[in-house]
Design a protein around this ligand. Sequence first.
Ligand code: CO8
Length: 258
Amino acid sequence: MAYETIIVEVEDHVCTIKLNRPDALNALNSHLLGELGDALTDADQNDKVRCIIITGSTKAFAAGADIKEMSEKSYVDMFLSDFFGREGETICRTRKPIIAAVAGYALGGGCELAMMCDFIIAADTAKFGQPEINLGVMPGLGGTQRLTRFVGKSKAMEMNLTGRFMDADEAERSGLVSRVVPAKTLMEEARAAADKIAEKSMLTTIAVKEAVNRAYETTLSEGLLYERRLFHSLFATDDQKEGMAAFTEKRSAQFRDR
Ligand code: CO8
């Protein structure tokens, strides 16, 4: 499909989606988020794709929701259109793993988009922030909720109340990103992680993603039970037999998603 605000490439088993509004530092407007949702839905339905990477440019992953698109909207416009509600849900409904490869600014909706992905690999140039307060608004896609779960109340509160940016090292120390890599190797590192994920059984990949995400939605005892039941269910699969046989026979497993 031809897109105007993103570039989508499927190579081997990895779908890379590059946000592409360079003149606006990849600001997220309705058109871009609509295209991103379509691309994620396609990737989820494409049997060839086993992992997805979302990235931006070297200067900006995304500098937030598009302020120019929002500035003249009224409360009624925002409420009746449920502004960005559906788009956010489409991203979070994606079943295949999504890696955010972040260089430069990930601000406002950009930081929130990165947090909707399954994990974030940051370039050493990355800067995260929720500067909405400077615009007389507040986050609307998870900046007060997901950020608090990632980095704890104190840092989330400070970032949201002051608009202070967090650099890549602080983001790694605080648990916002899984690791920091030199900017020039960002895509290589993200691709290597995606290739590793692509080797696994899709059955286990999706089960792991669902179980980790469940940790944010439920109590520990319910989460542990959910995890254990999923673990038990994997013994109904050929891939469990293959994975354990391959270990015993000292060879690589050949998973078939069955
Ligand atoms: N929206 C629209 N345009 C933008 C945005 C943005 N968020 N960010 C940058 N741009 C544009 C600039 O207007 C400029 O365009 P032009 O040349 O036509 O004036 C171009 O990108 C380059 O930007 P700068 O010249 O400002 O570049 P600098 O390197 O000087 O500064 C910054 C980079 C620091 C990133 C600066 O651009 C900036 O502060 N941007 C805004 C950051 C921000 O406030 N983000 C939060 C936006 S609000 C939000 O995300 C809410 C999300 C919740 C929505 C959910 C609803 C339910």
